[in-house]
Design a protein around this ligand. Structure first.
Ligand code: MEV
Length: 421
């Protein structure tokens, strides 16, 4: 049993009716009846109208949950908001295999974000850069005066870095303000601090501060996750070898690495969206990090251990928050956080990274063996049946026939529907 006292390991979850699944999640995460009702409600229009401009309505995605996750000896049910079939099932299956060897171990650095200040036209670039470092204490003090609450929580501006870059405009200084943002994603705190210290930097350098903005390459806020996947559960050591061959292409070829990392983001984005986080920020950070060596490559690495089992690891920046923005405003995001049972942004990031690794393992496992179309078949057939106009139990009947005929086509679905009607 995990530190949570309840196990997320469950068989046949996908076969349960929706109400039974909701009941299971309710019991696992101690949801109230009122919270349970949020699953079937939409974001109310007044809240939506406060979140963005020119609101017309809301846009729904299916919300599922991945089961079997054990991360740092704690059980998790992982909510996922996504439109693509097979992703949730694949993650659950990967987590089931990982938990045989203790599940995922994950570790996150302190939540340090980088704010950039671009300084142009300083007469003496090297002297100006030195002056900035000489005034580090005052700059950090001014930055921290912008967010007393964050400082009281142990966060705030912690450090300064100065870089001198060559550019088509000549040399320019870029100052990095390193801010511990605690449980927030951090964009607001960092941007406010950058704007506040900009006039001081102009005075110190004699230059002009142009950009003052957070960097989404959050490479001071890194998360690592690791798991051992049992060779027997994969079908033997030859499958581990086939897996490693598939993985190797992503490690050397950007064309494959893009697809490989897309599979990782299938899981990551789904949880990021479910918890009301900014998936564009996560995507931008992940892909920039994947290209940090100058060649875009895989976010995961794999090798075989001495027992012939597969060891998978992932490392990426994850700027996730559990306070502020949609994470606080959106009732479903709050509900998803309760389902997860995470209490800090660090813990959330550790689950997110583990899910990314699980998703990548599942995709490569399928690709190295049966291919991915088999897994997609059943839901795809149901989608086609719905597109053909099937309703209620007609959907399953049409889908079953399409699969039997191995011809999942809209025109055939329409014919079958006409026959059964
Ligand atoms: C599909 O959404 C994701 C995959 O293409 C990922 C991969 O190829 O590794 C299956």
């Amino acid at each position: 049993m995990s530190s949570r006292g309840k196990s997320s390991k469950v068989s046949g979850f996908y076969k349960m009716p929706v109400e039974k699944r909701v009941e299971f999640v309710k019991n696992f995460s101690d949801l109230t009846d009122e919270e349970t009702r949020i699953f079937s409600s939409s974001l109310d229009i007044k809240t939506a109208d406060k979140m963005i401009e020119n609101v017309l309505g809301t846009f729904e995605l299916p919300l599922g949950v991945s089961v079997n996750f054990l991360v740092n000896c704690k059980d998790y049910l992982v909510p996922m908001a996504i439109e693509e079939s097979s992703v949730v099932a694949a993650a659950s299956n990967a987590a089931k295999i990982a938990r045989i060897n203790g599940g995922f171990t994950a570790k996150c650095t302190n939540p340090l974000m980088i704010g950039q200040l671009q300084i142009l036209n300083a007469a003496d670039i090297a002297g100006a850069a030195q002056n900035i470092m000489d005034h580090k204490k005052e700059i950090l003090l001014l930055a921290n005066a912008q967010d007393k609450i964050l400082v009281d929580l142990g966060g705030g501006a912690k450090d300064l870095e100065v870089r001198i870059l060559d550019s088509p405009l000549g040399k320019m200084i870029v100052t990095h303000l390193i801010v511990d943002v605690r449980d927030a994603m951090g964009a607001n705190a960092v941007n406010t601090m950058c704007e506040a210290v900009a006039p001081m930097l102009e005075e110190i350098t004699g230059g002009k501060v142009r950009l003052k903005i957070l960097s989404n390459l959050a490479d001071r806020r890194l998360v690592k996750a690791k798991a051992v996947f049992e060779k027997e559960k994969m079908g033997g050591e030859h499958v581990v070898d086939a897996f490693l061959e598939s993985y190797t292409l992503a490690s050397v070829d950007p064309y494959r690495a893009a697809t490989h990392n897309k599979g990782i983001m299938n899981g990551i984005d789904a949880l990021i969206i479910a918890t009301g986080n900014d998936f564009r920020a996560i995507e931008a950070g992940a892909h920039a990090y994947a290209a940090r060596s100058g060649q875009y490559t895989s976010l995961t690495t794999y090798h075989k251990d001495k027992n012939g089992n597969l060891v998978g690891e992932i490392e990426l920046p994850l700027a996730v928050g559990i306070v502020g923005g949609a994470a606080s405003m959106h009732p479903k995001a709050r509900l998803c956080r309760k389902i997860l049972g995470v209490t800090t942004a660090k813990e959330l990031a550790e689950v997110v990274a583990s899910l990314g690794l699980a998703q990548n393992f599942a995709a490569l496992f399928a690709l190295s063996t049966v291919g991915i179309q088999k897994g997609h078949m059943s839901l795809h057939a149901k989608n086609i049946a719905v597109m053909a106009g099937a309703k209620g139990n007609q959907i399953d009947k049409v889908a079953e026939q399409l699969i039997k005929e191995k011809k999942i086509k809209l025109d055939r679905a329409k014919e079958i529907l006409a026959e059964i009607r």
